[in-house]
Design a protein around this ligand. Structure first.
Ligand code: HSE
Length: 428
């Protein structure tokens, strides 16, 4: 019989237990598809006795993930511990140093240390795979590195944090405040131990920086992602954006421009009829644009036991079949350090203003925009609470410095009663 592929699994939380379940439940299917049995030699976690809904009796046990990574009966070290540094990274380094392949779901580790880990893996002749790190069950790494390998990629976009999309969806469809929707997500166990990873956009930015590296042949540059979370989004803006035909999403965009590599993770408006606009709940969506293929839209579960374990198994199966790909789609040594974009590409913006309701107020606003070189596409004024006039403006495309100049000048008109809200409208 062909030699089995032997796994050592570190981290037996939701995802780790899910991987064990699939290996047990789909034994025959995996073996048939890989051409060899997939087995688990040993596991490692913080607590040995915890009930994980799956039997671990026949596997070896290690308290220390580094010891697991070094075991002679492990061919593939599956890292599901998490954390960008510490035990996860130490164990991955130990695995690579002892000639083991690595499969990980650890987006933070790859966003911060992807380049040296990829170089170490490629120098050691082992695979470092991470389908589960980006958009959970969506096979987006495979899509970029294999399915679209013949394309020059022009743009990668996506909603890659299900928790944020859940919160924004509940604000929209149930009229909850941000705080109420956040509490609901918390009650459902959606939030990371540090919620700022979710609502601050950091988790999604980790994922975007990894996709950008593959798409544009550059080293991962997480620090260059322009980052803004969803904490300042109000029901008022969700409603008003809806009136103008848009949904608000925490949207990641990476594109190579004449100004350099642009990476943004921020709340944006997208047309409510677009696939991104129609994405509701905790689901993820990644949009890939290639010069030959055009636009490809991938949608699916971005987290959870089954979807994330499914992605881990995809990598395990490739390793079992003997597929060996460079970590980021081309040899790590050939990846260039990206030049971060000096400025955002021009975009249209949604502006919400609360003006004093008196003659000439709107004219003053229009003058400020005009003097900043901003042209108005659409405008709407709403019912007046007292002597204040809520005004929505959708601009034509403009450079961000023009917008910043206008935002800086608006208070000087004397008619703007609170800080204007400005959100980018993304062409999707
Ligand atoms: N917390 C993430 C999300 C899943 O809500 O999508 C892990 O990256």
């Amino acid at each position: 019989m062909t030699e089995p592929l032997r796994l050592g699994i570190a981290g037996l939380g939701t995802v780790g237990a899910g991987v064990v379940k699939i290996v047990q439940r789909q034994k025959q299917l995996l073996s048939a598809r890989a051409g060899r049995p997939i087995e688990i030699s040993a596991v490692s976690a913080r607590s040995r006795d915890k009930d994980r809904g799956v039997s671990l009796d026949r596997y070896g046990w290690e308290d220390d993930p580094v010891a697991l990574a070094k075991r002679a009966d492990v061919d593939v070290f599956v890292e599901l511990v998490g954390g960008d540094d510490g035990p996860a990274k130490a164990a991955v380094e130990a695995a690579i140093a002892t000639g083991k392949h690595v499969v990980t779901a650890n987006k933070a580790m790859l966003a911060h240390h992807g380049q040296p880990l990829a170089e170490a893996a490629e120098n050691a002749g082992v695979s470092l795979r991470y389908e589960a790190a980006v958009a959970g069950g969506i096979p987006v790494i495979k899509a970029l590195t294999e399915g679209l390998a013949g394309n020059g990629i022009s743009r990668v976009m996506g909603v890659m944090n299900g928790t944020c999309n859940y919160i924004l969806t509940r604000m929209d469809d149930a009229g909850l405040t941000y705080e109420e929707a956040f509490a609901e997500a918390d009650g459902l166990g959606y939030l990371e131990a540090d919620p700022e990873l979710d609502v601050g956009g950091i988790d999604a930015a980790h994922k975007l920086s990894i996709l950008a590296a593959i798409a544009f042949g550059t080293r991962v540059d997480f620090d260059a992602v322009a980052l803004e979370g969803i904490g300042a989004i109000t029901i008022e803006d969700i409603r008003r954006a809806g009136d103008m035909g848009y949904k608000i999403k925490l949207l990641g965009v990476a594109q190579m421009t004449g100004r350099g590599l642009e990476q943004r993770m921020s709340p944006c408006l997208v047309p409510d009829t677009s696939p991104l606009g129609q994405l509701v709940g905790g689901t993820n969506m990644v949009v890939l644009e290639g010069d030959a293929v055009g636009q490809v839209v991938l949608r699916g579960a971005g987290a959870g036991e089954g979807p994330t374990a499914s992605a881990v198994l995809a990598d395990v199966m490739d390793i079992a079949r003997g597929v060996r790909l460079p970590t980021f789609g081309q040899p790590a040594a050939t990846l260039a350090a990206p030049k971060p974009a000096s400025a955002q590409s021009p975009g249209a913006y949604y502006l919400r203003l609360l003006l004093t309701d008196k003659p000439g107020a709107l004219a003053k606003v229009a003058t400020v925009l005009g003097e900043a070189g901003i042209s108005i596409d659409r405008m709407r004024q709403y019912d007046h609470p007292g002597d204040l006039a809520p005004v929505l403006i959708v601009t034509h495309k403009t450079a961000r410095p023009n917008l910043d100049r206008a935002l800086g000048d608006l208070p000087g008109t004397g008619v703007v009663t609170e800080a204007p809200v400005a959100l980018r409208i993304e062409e999707v």
